[in-house]
Design a protein around this ligand. Structure first.
Ligand code: NAP
Ligand code: F7E
Length: 320
């Protein structure tokens, strides 16, 4: 019989790639979607008929319990969150409710309905924040630098705690930044590749950014969802860092993205203090040796191929 999985955050970047992957593996996929006055299914429109979309919200435990009772998934992938770091300073309480307490609501719904359900939590390299070691691995101390990072630390530890308290099969994937043509326009990679396409199409004459010196370990989202699936299939739940092991600055990102369209970033990029954060994460670079050794996971798409893929996609979208 086909396995049944519930994905929270299915309308987001990772949810859509994970749904693609699970369907290709023969899963029945249930997607939790929060109520909205306008439908927001663009990332999953190509597979919508193969999905069962159900209404619910991480803010509302009753809805989570009902969805688990009605659909009885064997696996739950908790990808839903307020995921934009910058917004976590203007909406810190909402970020805590969804990104931190939402994890407890889902874990407790699992404990109540069926403690045999296997659980994946979308943890983040933002938990490392002001990094204590370089590169960062599963033993690196957390030092979050935003309300989002703090909320993710809570989400990680409540996952570990429910595993230890109630013996749940709960794993936490500590994923470094991962991007794709489906990335939200507010995140820096997509903002840059969309900005390049807009300039090329004659729709903009400049691109306003914040800190160009921040360094990130950027990978491809479709590679990263393979790691989520692999973690949940193991006999023993555990925590894994997922990263490429390479770091690049935002400036380098601009250089590579503008060059892919035959442009020089210095001619268009303007630093705007509006995009500088109250506290910054200066440098992230992950060590995913454990994932390679235990899960057999590795990434297939490197930084340069990823940025080129995103520029090409954005140029196509705008017909530039
Ligand atoms: P995303 O594109 O921002 O998607 C977030 C998803 O969460 C959307 O489907 C959103 O629904 C949903 N959501 C937000 N609040 C909700 C609520 N209260 N109840 C139910 N659903 C809610 O994020 P992503 O890039 O795919 O990331 C997926 C997860 O991985 C997130 O937890 C993120 O924090 C984490 N993460 C991401 C990265 C990365 O680099 N992408 C790295 C590490 C960890 P709407 O469509 O209705 O807004
Ligand atoms: O910023 C700098 C910014 O917003 C990356 C989320 O998926 O990954 C993501 O969080 C860097 C930061 O991603 C702009 O200051 C400069 O240093 O693309 P971002 P993030 O904050 O790293 C982690 C792993 C997650 O878990 C999160 O959910 O780029 N930067 N100028 C800018 N960033 C943005 N967004 N916009 C700018 O104009």
């Amino acid at each position: 019989m086909a396995k049944r999985a519930l994905i929270t955050g299915i309308t987001g970047q990772d949810g859509s790639y994970l749904a693609d992957l699970l369907l290709s593996e023969g899963y029945e996929v249930i997607g939790l979607v929060r109520r909205s006055s306008t439908e927001n299914n663009t990332r999953i429109s190509h597979i919508q008929e193969q999905l069962t979309l159900v209404s619910g919200d991480l803010m509302d435990e009753v809805s989570l319990i009902s969805v688990l009772r009605d659909h009885r998934p064997q696996e739950v992938y908790n990808l839903a969150a307020q995921s934009f770091v910058q917004a976590s300073w203007t909406q810190p309480v909402l970020t805590g409710e969804a990104t931190a307490l939402g994890v407890t609501r889902m874990l407790d719904a699992i404990r109540t309905v069926d403690p045999e359900i296997r659980f994946y939590q979308a943890s983040s390299s933002e938990m490392f924040g002001r990094v204590r070691t370089v590169p960062q691995n599963e033993h690196t101390e957390f030092y979050p630098r935003s309300p989002y990072g703090v909320a993710k630390v809570y989400g990680h530890w409540i996952t570990v705690n429910y595993r230890e308290s109630y013996n749940l099969h709960a794993s936490s994937g500590i994923l470094f930044n991962h991007e794709s043509p489906r990335r939200g326009l507010e995140f820096v990679t997509r903002k840059v590749t969309n900005g390049v396409a807009r300039i090329k199409a004659g729709l903009s004459s400049e691109l306003r950014l914040g800190n160009l010196d921040a360094h990130r370990d950027w990978g491809y989202a479709a590679d990263y969802v393979r790691a989520m699936l692999a973690m949940v299939q193991r006999d023993t739940p555990d925590d894994f860092v997922i990263a490429t092991g390479e770091t690049h600055s935002v400036r380098e990102l601009c250089e590579v993205a503008f060059a892919a369209a035959g442009l020089k970033y210095e001619d268009y990029v303007v630093v705007d203090p509006k995009f500088i954060r109250p506290a910054e994460v200066d440098l992230l670079v992950g060590d995913s040796t454990k994932a390679r050794d235990v899960l057999g996971w590795k990434c297939e798409v490197d930084f340069y191929a990823l940025i080129e893929m995103m520029v090409v996609s954005d140029l196509n979208i705008l017909g530039a």
